[in-house]
Design a protein around this ligand. Structure first.
Ligand code: FMN
Length: 341
């Protein structure tokens, strides 16, 4: 059992008992203020090199930080030091917005899950662009996740994404189009054929664009979306976002079933993998996949690779297991022969 599991996690979870979001903010701020020698020491411990090229981008290893952990990019140098081979910042929106009322983040501890309805709380695309300009290039690839501002009507979504894209694409190794958060009313309608086609057309350019999808889509809906992604030059699929399902919650966490929001972590493992397998098979391996959802162990990651993922990302697993998991997944990453690389 590593230092994180033995000491840091219990302390953080106690800190977060009343307010999980407070624990999150506290940790992010600590990570943001780590001095360079500490980052170097961490990197020596957690860094693992196993380079791979996917959609034309070279990754030092196959394990990334999922969107939502560092929405405003305040702790960017810390993530590679914790072993991540790429980082996805955001989701950011064209207009800064406060997100939903608190509380909006709940830990389902027994189930190793998280329920959140953050609602894209973020400082806005321009603030992130300023931060990235000041920081200079990261030494791992940077994905930038874009979402729709809450106040923007769905009919004006393309222009809203485009505003963020124009500000941020110069800093991004890839752009993630988030059309799958359950916490912005109507957002998931943008997964429909015509809407995603319009978005992909508008964002076509030199930077690879990936589409992040929900685990609650039916297979016919995913198949339709994949056709559009292939027709309009999407570079890949990120599967999956959080689920509206409440299956897999342990008895002591059942009270969270009635909280609105998306569920992540262990209850999502099987469904996310199933979606990755479907995307891989249905697209004939033509769309590289970033597999995300319920990766809580190196074994879960191996199964995600076997299902067809070229890269994986962690969110809840990192909260529950800490940086030891990043290293274990990076070390064990052996994508199957069928995975797109
Ligand atoms: N996904 C996004 O694309 N954009 C977000 O802003 C975002 N915010 C999140 C906030 C929280 C608190 C959590 C728990 C997840 C968020 N996600 C967001 C979803 C994660 O990136 C990931 O797709 C999902 O949690 C499944 O992975 P996991 O089971 O490893 O957590």
């Amino acid at each position: 059992m590593g230092l994180f599991t033995k000491v840091a996690r219990p302390a953080l979870f106690r800190l977060g008992d009343g307010d999980a979001e407070h624990a999150h903010e506290w940790t992010l701020n600590r990570l943001a203020s780590l001095p360079a020698p500490a980052l170097t020491a961490m990197r020596r411990w957690y860094g693992f090199s196993n380079p791979v090229e996917v959609f034309g981008v070279r990754f030092p290893n196959r394990v990334g930080l999922a969107a939502g952990m560092d929405k405003n990019g305040i702790a960017l140098p810390a993530w590679p030091a914790l072993g991540f081979g790429f980082v996805e910042v955001g989701t950011v929106t064209a207009k800064p917005q406060p997100g939903n009322d608190k509380p909006r983040l709940f830990r389902a501890k027994e189930s190793e899950g998280i329920v959140n309805r953050m609602g894209f709380n973020n400082a806005g695309a321009a603030a992130l662009a300023d931060r990235l300009a000041a920081l200079g290039p990261l030494d791992v690839p940077l994905g930038v996740s874009l979402g729709k501002s809450k106040v923007t009507p769905l009919e004006e979504a393309v222009e809203d994404y485009l505003t963020s894209y124009r500000l941020l694409h110069p800093y991004a190794d890839y752009i993630a189009v988030n059309v799958s958060s359950p916490n912005t009313p109507g957002l998931r309608n943008l997964q429909d054929k015509d809407a995603i086609a319009a978005l992909l057309k508008a964002l076509a350019g030199p930077v690879p664009v990936l589409v992040k999808i929900a685990p609650d889509l039916t297979e016919p809906a995913i198949a339709e979306l994949l056709e559009v992604c292939l027709a309009h030059g999407a570079a890949g699929i990120i599967a999956t976002n959080t689920t509206l399902s409440r299956d897999g919650l342990a008895a002591s966490d059942r009270h969270l079933a009635s909280e609105a929001g998306g569920l992540s972590g262990a209850p999502l493992t099987a469904r996310a993998r199933q979606v990755v397998r479907f995307v891989h098979t249905e697209s004939g391996g033509r769309l590289p996949i970033i597999g995300v959802g319920g990766i809580m162990s190196a074994d879960d990651a191996s199964r995600m690779f076997d299902a067809g993922a070229a890269l994986v990302q962690l969110y809840s697993g990192f909260i529950y297991k800490g940086p030891d998991l990043v290293l274990a997944v990076a070390r064990g990453a052996r994508p199957s022969r069928t995975a797109v690389a």
